[in-house]
Write a protein that binds this ligand. Structure first.
Ligand SMILES: [Zn+2]
Length: 299
């Protein structure tokens, strides 16, 4: 059965020259996967923009009013990492629509993957760290509101702590947040989630994978989720210019394989998003993100 992969050409928009966010990676990832996996392996699905009603399940009306209509203050734009534009709003809503579609496809096929998403620093009422709308939270809340699932487990292995997601679901015991991240990375002040593991700078493959193996299966057995949303950030990689954890390509592949296999053994559907990854070499970065999709296709 072909693997559902979700992509929209307007995941990538123009940014001012020299902007630090690697916006071209989404298109580069799609091109890479098309070349590498071919059309027989992949079922490409194109999302629509996430409706305001879906966003409003986790974001405040005041924040949505400001963000959707371009009334965001200069200070708030600085904190988000992006200057406001119509194209940015469309891009963010398409990315969130993509994660909504990824969840739907995962619940139907067992596994589906977005080629964007993982904007876990977005809180209910403010944007932060390149994250404007929390696609993970919107998708988890949507699946519950539609009555598709009861319990959701969010496995967040981006190098940065999933503070926005943790805050949004602080009073929702049916959505369990697990974040394994570098303690020394952004955000300086973490928002405690249900299960947080802080790793030391320079942890590396062996210790990272041992810690993950110790934690994950036990957690899934305890939560018994109807849906897993997996943030597979590659900013844990040794070449990433922001992350502090020093994983290799092989370490990333072993990480993703472990998560996907443990979930599959327990018949937990997985909707995966790519998360963070910061490298000025877009080709190298797209190759790194493609490890997730390649591993999923090989299961
Ligand atoms: Zn990150």
């Amino acid at each position: 059965m072909p693997l559902p992969l979700i992509h929209h050409p307007r995941y990538t928009i123009e940014l001012p020259d020299g902007h630090p966010f690697p916006m071209a990676k989404f298109q580069a990832l799609r091109d890479r996967l098309e070349t590498e996996l071919g059309d027989t392996t992949i079922d490409w699905l194109q999302p629509e923009i996430a409706p305001r009603g879906a966003l409003a399940r986790v974001h405040t009306p005041a924040y949505l009013d400001a963000f959707l209509s371009g009334q965001t203050s200069k200070a708030a734009q600085r904190r988000s990492g992006f200057q406001w534009s119509e194209a940015l709003v469309e891009r963010v809503r398409l990315e969130t629509g993509g994660t909504l579609l990824t969840v739907e496809a995962a619940l139907s096929d067992g596994l589906a993957l977005n080629t964007a998403g993982g904007t876990h620093h977005a809180h209910a009422g403010f944007a932060s760290g390149y994250c404007l709308i929390n696609d993970i939270a919107v998708a988890a809340a949507h699946a519950r509101a539609m009555g598709w699932v009861q319990r959701v487990l969010i496995i967040d292995l981006d190098v940065h702590q999933g503070d926005g997601t943790a805050a949004i679901f602080a009073d929702t015991p049916e959505v369990v947040t697990f974040s394994m991240h570098a303690g020394s990375n952004f955000p300086a002040r973490k928002t405690p989630g249900d299960h947080d593991i802080e790793l030391a700078r320079g942890t590396g493959d062996d210790a990272y994978l041992a810690t993950l193996r110790d934690a994950l299966a036990t957690l899934i057995d305890a939560v018994r989720p109807d849906l897993v949303v997996y943030d597979a950030g590659v900013d844990v990689h040794q070449a990433d210019r922001l992350g502090h954890l020093e994983l290799t390509d092989a370490g990333l592949e072993a990480r993703d394989r472990h998560v996907l296999q443990v979930c599959r053994e327990r018949a937990a559907p997985v909707a995966a998003v790519i998360g963070g990854g910061y490298d000025r070499d877009i080709t190298a970065l797209a190759d790194r993100h493609a490890i997730l999709h390649r591993t999923a296709a090989s299961l």
